[in-house]
Structures are given as structure tokens and as C-alpha cells.
Design a protein around this ligand. Structure first.
Ligand code: SF4
Length: 386
């Protein structure tokens, strides 16, 4: 059942789905798997007595295992998959655009933030064919889990329960969009926020601080350094550039850090050289900044790719995270956790992820294949103007 947690001052009523997780874990007929968004590991510890700016990735995996999930997976895997699809879509559009094809729309807009997606569906209805058609990592994870992974386990999709831990309240709404279900069975069954996971860990008397560091499970738990930075403003574009560069030029990218797309300015504009092409990149976080940037596009300013995140700093500042009250120093500490995780990974480009390579070899074929389109891409709707 659903339980409603009420804020002590009555300013906020929040859907708490953590009891749904408890019910699913208690059901002997279900296989229950969990995915954790990149930003969660950068802030979860704050609600569990750990200093801000501390990565709790390993403890989080350990806590989820003790809660009783059957397999501990990572939205970061699906972030790498998103880059494969969105990066390929970007290159396809760019090639056609540069070749003079009038139907090729640029700038491509990122589509992994449901707050932003809903905003443009309401406010930029003349531009519904401009965003990437790539689903968000949360939804790509669910679509692959309920097909490829359920097949691997040899179980029907309705025996598998996919739980997401998200920094975000809009992800609860995204999960419920009808186009993300098959015959009434959703790709993602339950979404809990970072705060709800912290409460669940406390309620189950797990001593978080003394847990060992553990790993995610294979195959849907493996990721490259391009994935954790999805949680900060500028990160999705940086991850996409790393892969797009290598796919476009066939050369190895020597310097994977794109410093110009990083940082906390509300709107950033960067120029990046990819082979013979100079690409103009726009980045906005906060919907007011997004509106400003999109109005510049409407007025004819040239951009090739634009990333938008609805929350301050990106998902690290999401509405489901431990409260940050707009504290920019705290958001910077969370940001550092994710850049450090990226820098510490042996592989830092999404197309190098061996489990992503295997997924394409065994199941999807290639990026933008018919199967990839069917499972990993979506479309947008005109919604009543707000
Ligand atoms: Fe959710 Fe905010 Fe991240 Fe968008 S930026 S996906 S609304 S947490």
C-alpha cells in the first residue's frame, strides 16, 4: 500500500513508496532487483550520519543487499546505454544536417530529466521533434531488465519487480507514463527517493556507517566513468562528447575531461572541436535557465546540442535528495564525489563498457537498430499549456 509522509509544517506532502518495496521483498513469488541513480551515492550518506562529500557507493550496495534485493544493479549501466543511443542519434542528425538535409533537427536536446521533458511538452510545443528520442536511463534500465534480463533468468516479465532509487520525485511520475508499460506491466515498478532509502535503512536497523564496501552485480551493475557524471549539470553532455568524438573521428580521445562544460553557472555555452567540426554546446540547470536558453534557440542562435536539468546543480540537487536548501557549497561537495568516481574508473567512455558491448552483440544488434528503437526510444506529447 501507499503511505503518505507529511511534512511537520504541512508545506509538503510526499508520496512514500518505501512500504511498497517492503511488500515486494516479502513476496516469495517475485524476483526483486534494484537500480540506483548516479546522484544517490553522492548524498545518501548525509541522512545516515556520514559527512557530506563522502562517496557511499560501496556501502549503499551493501545496504541494498542486506535489505534483501535479489540483485543489486546500477542506473549507471543504463547511463552508458543512453550515451550509445543518444550519441548515435546526435551523430546521425549532425551528419545529415551538415549534408544539407532540412529535416535533420539541431540542436539535439537531452531527454533524461522528466521534469524538463514535462516542461517542454507544456511550453515548447513547436519543438517536440527536437529533443533526443532516447528514453532516460531509469526507463532504459527497466526496458532492458524486463526483456533481456528476464529472458536470462528464464522468468516472465511480471515475476520481475524493478525498483529504482532516484534523487528525484519526477521519476515517480515518469515511471507511470503509460508509454512505459507493456500490457499494463510497467518497465519500472516502484520508485523511491534517496530520502526514502535512508529511512528504509534506518527502519531496518542497518548500521550503515559500519557496512563494508561491496560491489554491484553483473551484468546490469557495471559502468564506466561517463555514467556517474550524469548526476551533475554538464555531465550528460560530457559523457556524450567522449563517445561521439571517438565514433565520429575513429580516433582515441586523449583528454576525456571537458572542463568547459563543468561548473555551476546557470547557463553555460562551450565550443568543442570534434574532428573537422566546431560544435556549439549549451547547458542549463533550473527551468528558468532552460527557458532562457531555448528562447535563444528560437531566436536563431546556433547550437548543436543542449543539455537541460531541472534541478539546481543537476540531479545531485534533486527534490528527492537529503535536503540541501540551495546550499551551493553542499552541492559542490556532492559534485566532487561524482567527478572523483569518474576519474577513478579504469574505463571512462560508455562505448568501452564490456557489458554494454555484450548487450548489443547478444540482443540489440547496434545503436538505433529496430530493437533499440522499440525498447530504448520514445516520443513526446503536447500537453496543456501551464
Ligand atoms: Fe529529477 Fe531534478 Fe534530476 Fe531532473 S534534474 S532528473 S527533476 S532530480
Amino acid at each position: 500500500g501507499q503511505c503518505v509522509a507529511v511534512c511537520p509544517v504541512g508545506a509538503l506532502v510526499e508520496n512514500d513508496n518505501s512500504w511498497d518495496v517492503v511488500d515486494a521483498l516479502a513476496d516469495p513469488d517475485k524476483v526483486v532487483i534494484v537500480q540506483t541513480a548516479p546522484a544517490v551515492r553522492a548524498a545518501l550518506g548525509e541522512d545516515l550520519g556520514i559527512a557530506p562529500g563522502t562517496s557511499v557507493t560501496g556501502k549503499m550496495a551493501a545496504a541494498l543487499r542486506r535489505l534483501g534485493f535479489d540483485h543489486i544493479f546500477d542506473t549507471d549501466f543504463a547511463a552508458d546505454l543512453t550515451i550509445m543511443e543518444e550519441g548515435s542519434e546526435f551523430l546521425d542528425r549532425l551528419t545529415r544536417y551538415l549534408g544539407g538535409d532540412q529535416t535533420a533537427k539541431l540542436p539535439i536536446l537531452t531527454s533524461c530529466c522528466p521534469g524538463w521533458v514535462k516542461f517542454f511538452e507544456h511550453n515548447f510545443q513547436d519543438m517536440l521533434d527536437v529533443p533526443s528520442t532516447a528514453k532516460s536511463p531509469q526507463q532504459m534500465f527497466g526496458a532492458i531488465a524486463k526483456t533481456y534480463y528476464a529472458d536470462m533468468l528464464g522468468i516472465p516479465r511480471d515475476k520481475l519487480v524493478v525498483v529504482s532509487v532516484m534523487p528525484c520525485l519526477a521519476k515517480k511520475y515518469e515511471r507511470a507514463r503509460p508509454e512505459f508499460s507493456v500490457d499494463g506491466n510497467p518497465d519500472v515498478d516502484i520508485v523511491i527517493s534517496t530520502r526514502e532509502l535512508a529511512r528504509l535503512i534506518k527502519r531496518m536497523n542497518i548500521d550503515f556507517a559500519s557496512l563494508p564496501d561491496e560491489d554491484f552485480d553483473a551484468p546490469l551493475g557495471e559502468s564506466t566513468g561517463a555514467a556517474p557524471i550524469f548526476g551533475v549539470t554538464g555531465g550528460v553532455i560530457e559523457a556524450a562528447l567522449r563517445t561521439a568524438y571517438e565514433l565520429a573521428t575513429g580516433e582515441t580521445l586523449q583528454k576525456v575531461d571537458f572542463e568547459d562544460v563543468r561548473g555551476m553557472d546557470g547557463v553555460k555555452v562551450a565550443t568543442v572541436q570534434v574532428g573537422p567540426h566546431e560544435l556549439r554546446i549549451g547547458i542549463a540547470h533550473g527551468l528558468g535557465n532552460a527557458r532562457k536558453l531555448l528562447n535563444r534557440v528560437r531566436e536563431g542562435e546556433t547550437f548543436h546540442a543542449i543539455e537541460v536539468m531541472a534541478c539546481p546543480g543537476g540531479c545531485i540537487g534533486g527534490g528527492g535528495q537529503p535536503y540541501h536548501h540551495g546550499d551551493i557549497e553542499l552541492l559542490k561537495l556532492r559534485t566532487q564525489v561524482l567527478y572523483a568516481e569518474d576519474a577513478g574508473k579504469p574505463l571512462r567512455k560508455s562505448h568501452q563498457n564490456p557489458y554494454i558491448i555484450e548487450l548489443y552483440e547478444k540482443f540489440l544488434g547496434k545503436p538505433l537498430s529496430e530493437k533499440s528503437h522499440h525498447l530504448l526510444h520514445t516520443h513526446y506529447f503536447k500537453r496543456q499549456r501551464l
